[in-house]
Design a protein around this ligand. Sequence first.
Ligand SMILES: [Zn+2]
Length: 327
Amino acid sequence: MKYIDYYETLGVEKTATEKEIKQAYRKLARKYHPDVYQGDAKKAAEEKFKLVSEAYEVLGDPEKRKKYDQLGMNWQSGQDFEPQHGRQSYSFHTAGGSDPRFSDFFSSIFGEDLFGAGVPRGRQAHRMAGENVDAEISLSITELVQGGQKELRLSMPQVCPACGGERYTQRGVCRTCGGMGTTEEIKTIAVNIPPHLYEGAVVRLKGLGGKGYGGGPSGDLLLHIKAAKDKAWQVVDQINLETEVTIYPEQAVLGDSVSVSVPTGTVKVTVQPGIHSGQILRLRGKGLKGPQGVQGDVLLKIRIDVPKSLAAEELDLYRRLAELRKH
Ligand SMILES: [Zn+2]
């Protein structure tokens, strides 16, 4: 028999993480799912599907993967493979012939584990933890600062109720989940968003991910935080908040104290006499809280504006100013 490189089958690196392996498997299982094909193509797809499933059966299971990796150190893809003595106890033959789901190569390595000890692979026999689910959420500046409750509509994987995540039933590839081991469930959930977040933060909500199976715990929901576009505020360097503050010419000339509402409340800001348009006032620590608790600033960009309609008296004063400047 030939040595099968399961990493090659799934198109992943030998160092691939569990997540990468799962993703690769899902992609290929969808691509080669026999139900999608007809005629000759169906047969070819079936073969491919079987091999991909087998690769995932091994690489998707940390224990099997370890065993396979140990073995694989001395073998190359497609090399003639001779099972080691002692390992090749084909005890599963007595349990009703080799399993048609798997190649001889697979059976020669794992046959014993799967069928030898007489462990029932029935549904009662296993518990499965639910999957962690990644979701993105856009928050307004206020929500980033203060947190709050949000409703989310999510497609959640749940362990397939028909095969219990085993991907196979006695009749072959599970029809309900198409051999994926999970099905999708659309759910609306209310989540409590904690305060002090920033774009790029990840909030882990325990137990709000995919449902487990057989009493297994639910997975977590990982919320990837995005800052929503805001009319007033612009996020600068992840943690600083910039906005424009409009003042009148006389405030710019004489200086003033102005109230500005920032996400954390209202602050009094001193405008120094002679301030320029475009000048930036920095309010330390009033911005967003960033990674490792770094506190951002609020940046106030000064804009000097002339009131649209001026009273006659005001106009007179401007004329006087103009006169004065001539001398
Ligand atoms: Zn299933």
